[in-house]
Design a protein around this ligand. Structure first.
Ligand code: PLP
Length: 319
C-alpha cells in the first residue's frame, strides 16, 4: 500500500505561496520525460518551541550539490530557501511535517541536451508519519536483500539526490513489498551491502557499529552522519567499511537511518532473525538520543535544529 499524500493549502513556487493544486507542470517538461529533477527530503518536528527543522543547512547544501552535479542553476540561496521553508510551514499551520524542495527542468526543449532548459524551484510540505508503518520504530521491520543492485558509481552519481535515481529505489521497494517484506537492502555493483531503497543501513556486532563506506553507490545520508556523530559521542566505535552480505545475517542488531525512516530497527533479513528479533540495546540508545534531539526533548548540543519561529523573527521580508 503506497503512503497517502495529505494535502495542505500552499506550495512554495519561485518565492510565492501558491494553492496546492496550482503547482502543475507540462507533461512534456524535461523533468517528466527524463526525470531531470533534484530534490531533498527533510523533516520538521513538533518541539516545545514550535516546529523545528532537522539539519536544514545540511539538506540545503546537498540540494545545492545535486544541482551543481546536474548543471542546474539554483536561483535561490540557502538563506532564501530557509526563509521559504519557514514561511511555508507557518502558512500551512503545521507543527510537524515532511519537507520536499524540488529543483526541476521545465518545458521548452525537445532533445536530450538539458543545457538551457528553464529550471523551476518548488517546496512542498505535508504531514507524514512513520515510514515503515505504525509501530515500526519500536518493533522494527522485516527486510530482504534485493535482487536489484544500486547503480555503478559512474552511472548515476550517488551524491546527487536526483529523481531519476529513484527508479532504482522503486524497483527495490516494490520487489521487497511484493515479496512480503517492508524494505529491501540493495547491494553495490561489487556485491557488497550498499543501502535500502531510501535509507542507509547500520549493523552492530560486538558492541561496535558498522555501516557501508561512501563508495559511490549510496547516498551520503544526513541521518547516517548524525547517528555516527551520536555514537562516537557516547564512545561507540564506528566503522565505515566494506560489508559483505552475509554479515547482515550474523549481526547482533541492524537498523535503517534516513529522514523518512528516522532510526528504524530491522528484526529480520531474508527471514533470518537478527539478534533477538527486536530492537537491540545499541539501536534503542541511539534511536532515543536521535529522536530526543529531533523533538527538542533534550538540549540540541550539536546545533541540529532550525526553529521556524527564529527564522520568521530574524527576517520578516517575504521570500
Ligand atoms: C537512497 C537513499 N539513501 C539514504 C537516504 C537517507 O538520507 P538522509 O538521512 O539524508 O535522509 C535517503 C533519503 O533521503 C535515500 O533516498
Amino acid at each position: 500500500m503506497a503512503a497517502e499524500l495529505i494535502e495542505v493549502p500552499y506550495i512554495w513556487k519561485e518565492g510565492e505561496l501558491i494553492p496546492w493544486h496550482d503547482a502543475q507542470i507540462h507533461v512534456l517538461s524535461v523533468a517528466v520525460q527524463f526525470g531531470s529533477s533534484v530534490f531533498e527530503g527533510i523533516r520538521a518536528y513538533a518541539t516545545p518551541r514550535g516546529p523545528a527543522v532537522f539539519r536544514l543547512p545540511e539538506h540545503l547544501r546537498r540540494l545545492q550539490d545535486s544541482c551543481r552535479i546536474y548543471r542546474m542553476e539554483l536561483k535561490y540561496s540557502a538563506d532564501e530557501l530557509t526563509r521559504g521553508v519557514a514561511r511555508l510551514i507557518a502558512a500551512n499551520q503545521l507543527e510537524a511535517c515532511y519537507i520536499r524542495p524540488m529543483v526541476l527542468r521545465g518545458y521548452g526543449t525537445a532533445g536530450l541536451n538539458p543545457v538551457g532548459t528553464s529550471v523551476e524551484t518548488y517546496i512542498a510540505v505535508y504531514p507524514w508519519g512513520t515510514y515503515l508503518g505504525e509501530g515500526a520504530l519500536e518493533q522494527g521491520g522485516d527486510a530482504c536483500v534485493s535482487t536489484w543492485f544500486r547503480p555503478h558509481p559512474n552511472t548515476f552519481p550517488a551524491m546527487a539526490k536526483s529523481a531519476g535515481h529513484y527508479n532504482c529505489s522503486q524497483l527495490i521497494k516494490a520487489d521487497a513489498v511484493l515479496k512480503g517484506f517492508a524494505e529491501g537492502i540493495a547491494l553495490s555493483p561489487g556485491g557488497l551491502v550498499s543501502e535500502g531503497s531510501g535509507q542507509n543501513v547500520f549493523l552492530v556486532r560486538g558492541g561496535e557499529l558498522y555501516t557501508p563506506a561512501l563508495d559511490g553507490s549510496l547516498l551520503h545520508g544526513i541521518t547516517r552522519a548524525s547517528v555516527i556523530a551520536l555514537a562516537r559521542d557516547i564512545g561507540i566505535r564506528v566503522h565505515e567499511t566494506q560489508i559483505p552480505r552475509e554479515t547482515l545475517y550474523v549481526a547482533d542488531e541492524v537498523f535503517f537511518t534516513g529522514t523518512a525512516a528516522e532510526l528504524t530497527p530491522v528484526r529480520s533479513i531474508d527471514n533470518i532473525t537478527i539478534g533477538c528479533g527486536r530492537a537491540g540495546e545499541i539501536t534503542r540508545v541511539l534511536q532515543k538520543r536521535l529522536l530526543d534531539i529531533m523533538h527538542g526533548r533534550t538540549p540540541d548540543v550539536f546545533g541540529w535544529l532550525t526553529y521556524v519561529a527564529d527564522v520568521l523573527v530574524r527576517d520578516t521580508v517575504p521570500v
